[in-house]
Design a protein around this ligand. Sequence first.
Ligand code: AMP
Length: 512
Amino acid sequence: MRLITSIAEMREYQHEADSRGKAIGFVPTMGALHEGHISLIHQAKRQCDTVVVSIFVNPTQFDSQEDLARYPRNLDQDLEVLRPLKVDVTFAPEASELYPEGFSTSVDAGMVAAPLEGTSRPGHFRGVATVVTKLFNIVKPNVAYFGQKDFQQVQVIRRLVEDLNMDVRLSVCPTARESDGVAVSSRNAYLNEEERQAARVINHGLRLAEKIAQAGESSVEKVLDEMYKLYASEPRVHLEYAAIVEPARLTPVQHLSPGCVALVAARVGPARLIDNLIFGPPGASPEMLLQLALTAQPIVDNRALIPGFETEAVKLRIASCRNCAAISTIRLPPREFLTSYVAAHYPDRGAPHGAIIGRDSPINPDMYLYRKPKSPNRFSVGLYELLGVKGFEEFKARYILTDAVRCHATGSHISQNALAYCANHLREELKLFPNIEVLVVLGEDTYSQFQQFLLERRAAEIKPFEEIMKPDGWAREEARVPIFGERSMRIFYCYHPTRGYSRSPSIAKWLG
Ligand code: AMP
């Protein structure tokens, strides 16, 4: 890991990484690193070739509400945290490096910066927008990582990037929490034991709001009333604001709808703490909730609970995925699976017990299985034989068919980065079907992508496909697939059914 403190050296590193075609992931922080920062770094490591973490306590974003001098600083300790994470560069400039004599330009963060934190901490977001702009200009990252914990900050930066045409993709990670639900924060260090206990109420209030909403209440006024009551019951916590807003402009709403956000700021002893919660359907993953709030879908201020809207959110995410869009020009994927087919063929998403992961192979997309279920082709005939099902109706009663290499792109010209994004889509699809317990992986490309991104195995751990196929023409294993939690999944690896010269025998009797 390299420690860089000068802008010139940071630029040099960026030039070199860029000339080698490496994607730079960037995690800006103010140090005092904790699990929240670490979760962003893990995400950056997964998605990028080289990771830069900045540590800079930015003076211009502090205000009279918080003492700059008191903010925890310990570079040596932070470097110890970063080393085992295999971060490539820590960029830790002095304040005089970023703000030399004569510095006088700043970035106005616009309307999203006005309410909530903007009212409580005037000038804070101007400081944030200015330093983030500077850091982006220096590090020139391909992807920059921010935490949901600072939801308004995320929206301020998204606007900044969009409005000023910055060429950087933003990735937002869910809030990391302590075991008792309190959002991890550098500022928790200011709390004594009693205050730390009392701070739990902040998250309790948000969870209460979620519970009330999931029980069917849609009046924001009623939800906020219950939150206020709870906060008033904890004398050590002084509420600054609790608000429920639509996510793009952060303007208050009267009725809850998926993607709305509750935000809370409170003083606890010497600390000022913030937290938030995105409303969504019961059981939605944190990523799915972020998706709901961040896909700039106009969220209407009424009871807009559209059945199946989760699928819509996934579709939007795919549509906005730059990496996939770039390579999907090679061949268009059957991504309609998500949008229309899931809704049409799987009204009960709890029904399928198996997922078939592999390409629907006809050259002509009109012949894809879900489009032309009644027209047998080489792929569907081979697939049904492999699984021992009679036809499409029986197939869809038990299975879903989805695609691992979503963009139909294989070969060394496709960056790891892009494949990782495709794998993200696959994960989102699989998560739509809660009772999947069997996975059938078709073909060699899918095998390697599945091993790498779904099972999270390192290249050295992945055996060559032909080797595992050798004895029986198929292979199986029981393994934990991280997206499905702790349970063990039955996984079958087979040749792709259209690869006629080395077909796998039917695995029907093993599927149960
Ligand atoms: P800070 O060092 O507080 O400026 O935070 C640096 C980055 O880490 C920001 O993008 C924060 O949103 C993010 N972050 C801080 N706390 C958490 C948390 N508990 N979970 C996820 N991200 C966080």
